[in-house]
Write a protein that binds this ligand. Sequence first.
Ligand code: F6P
Length: 318
Amino acid sequence: LKKIGILTSGGDSQGMNSAIRSVVKTGINNGFEMIGIKRGYKGLMENDFSKLELKDVGDILYRGGTFLQSARSEEFKTEHGQLKAINNLKKAEIDYLVVIGGDGSYRGADALGKRGIKTYGLPGTIDNDIPLTDYTIGFDTTLNVVTDAIGNLRDTMSSHERVSVIEVMGRNAGDIALQAGISSGVDAILIPELEWDITKVSNRLKHGFEEGKTHSIVMVAEGAGKAEDIATLIREHTDLDTRSTVLGHIQRGGTPSAFDRIFTSRMGHEVINLIKQDISGVALGMEKNKITYHTFDEIFKSKDVFDKKLYEIFEDLV
Ligand code: F6P
């Protein structure tokens, strides 16, 4: 039996469990032996491997997080760390390795690939910042979590006629802010991809209250600034009662959306398909509703495209 190892690495995201389940079930049903590796590359270096049976991936489809657990490892970036990992993979006779994670995890998979391991990447990050895929695992669920949270904030902000500045995650990408901002009907969105002007934002808020609005919401991507600083600036530019909220790790939890469950089920199936064809050194994604794959090099050379059109749509909605 050929063996496939699987791990999750970097920041977790909702849908990672569903992705593991799909890879493991499809793998076993196609005659492979499946090996789970704990805590990402850390467990790979520490030989923390265990055989996965169908029953091990029962009851995880709807759970957030990753039952294999995840870690960010500095040691794995070194040659010494990578050689330890390769040694463990060879000893366990693992032929293929599926890595679910973001950009850093892909770099690790590529490094192992260059040392002769057949590796595969699945885009696991809430940030939606991986090139050559329209979505990343967990992004859709995060949008729903943020949209719900903003609903709660809106209730109290409205009672007190306040401005709410809400900071969301995304690292250097503004996708969560932009898309959750649209789904929540916010008044301004500050993202790292575009310059913002506090005077313009403040004037828009003042005008809104003059026109009878009972509250306003400003969405800030963490890559564009800190909610507290922006709230202070708004107070300086207006006399509006302003509060700031950092949503933080709340955004990474919760049951994966139907979209994330289906998306990951499709990619898990496709990765086994690629293994059967002996195609390796690639990462999967979804483009125009098709599951596609590209080499790690192609992905590293590409830039994650920012959806400018979506921002223009937003500007016409305020
Ligand atoms: O990459 C996912 C992410 O949640 C980013 O949005 C955020 O900047 C970062 O991870 C937070 O990292 P940590 O969980 O290590 O605090």
